[in-house]
Design a protein around this ligand. Structure first.
Ligand code: SER
Length: 320
């Protein structure tokens, strides 16, 4: 059985990826690592967990050697809006964690998954049915890191034979840990506000389309791409994937249908406005479908039903 290391395990994705991998590969074969001791303390209740700074190459390599890791999921990164507050820090963390992951994967023969994003695209990219292979000139530091990361990951594959694979995630909607500092975060936050306060103030313009994915599909995507038959992969870093595309207004209408007293107002954040305007409206994910069988199960309606149910349960348990 494979042994897996999840780096940045306490974030929005890692919090749900760790138990999902445990189910798939066995509890003992998944190591959850995060920078923050308080987060590691939380993770250690349900997983083998440890403190790890992904920027510390010696400590990182030592972990991979000690646990005889076969595959790394490198999730350590600052998201798009936070990245614009401190672009140099975003570069340092996002590229530093990636470079260490690549070098360690090369040294110890690990497979490596690093998420890319719709943030890898920019204003000049075709926005409708954005092709797999197209213009990528992002104007955020987050996007610059994602494009650089895709190129580096492909380079390490062709030059050194490292088994690097990736998907370009759209906004991920989930009810485990909150996302932080992303432009698509509104599509998660709104559910918590809708069930608790019946109202929400959105920082993204009401008619701005962006691709989205519900967490169960995001989890399937990661394992599927990592387990895909390599002889079928024409692409590696990175695959367009999506399950739905909607505007804030369309999402809020669906919430109102289920929570009639819910109302939304807008207070546009200029940074999120600019970032979201530069991103695709909807991606063409046909290469992922063809090369490794990507086939999402959750659309807008099912996702909205499930998020409201999950957030209501969390509220009843006093979790927020
Ligand atoms: N969810 C991310 C963000 O908004 C996009 O990859 O930054």
């Amino acid at each position: 059985m494979k042994r897996i290391l999840v780096v940045g395990a306490g974030g929005q994705i890692g919090t749900e990826l760790v138990p999902f991998l445990q189910k798939h590969y066995g509890y003992d074969n998944v190591i959850a690592a995060d920078l923050k001791p308080a987060v590691v303390e939380r993770l250690s209740r349900t997983a083998i967990a440890m403190t790890l700074d992904a920027l510390n190459e010696v400590e990182y390599a030592d972990t991979v050697r000690r646990y005889r890791i076969d595959a790394i999921y490198n999730l350590a990164a600052l998201l798009s809006a936070t990245g614009e507050k401190d672009p140099q820090l975003a570069w340092k963390i996002n590229m530093g964690a990636l470079l260490n992951s690549l070098n360690i994967a090369k040294e110890y023969g690990c497979a490596l998954f690093t998420p890319s994003s719709i943030g890898a695209f920019g204003e000049n990219t075709p926005h409708y049915k954005t092709p797999q292979d197209t213009v990528m000139r992002p104007n955020t530091m987050y996007g610059v890191c994602k494009v650089s990361g895709e190129l580096l990951s492909d380079y390490y594959h062709t030059r050194f034979g490292v088994d690097t694979r990736s998907v370009r995630f759209p906004g991920i909607i989930s009810n485990g840990a909150m996302p932080g500092g992303g432009t698509t975060d509104y599509a998660v936050e709104v559910f918590y506000h809708a069930v608790k306060y019946g109202k929400y103030t959105c920082e993204v313009p009401e008619n701005r389309y962006m691709d989205m994915l519900y967490m169960p599909d995001a989890l399937d995507a990661m394992i599927q791409v990592m387990e895909a038959d390599p002889s079928r992969l024409i692409h590696r870093n990175s695959f367009n994937i999506t399950a739905m595309s909607f505007t804030p207004k369309q999402l809020f209408t669906q919430i109102q249908k289920r929570i009639p007293e819910f109302s939304a107002t807008y207070n546009i954040d200029p940074v999120k406005d600019q970032i979201s305007a530069s991103w695709p409206d909807c991606l063409d994910d046909s290469c992922a479908r063809k090369e490794w069988g990507w086939n999402p199960r959750w659309g807008l309606h099912e996702m909205v039903d499930d998020m409201i149910r999950a957030c209501r349960e969390k509220l009843l348990r006093g979790e927020f």
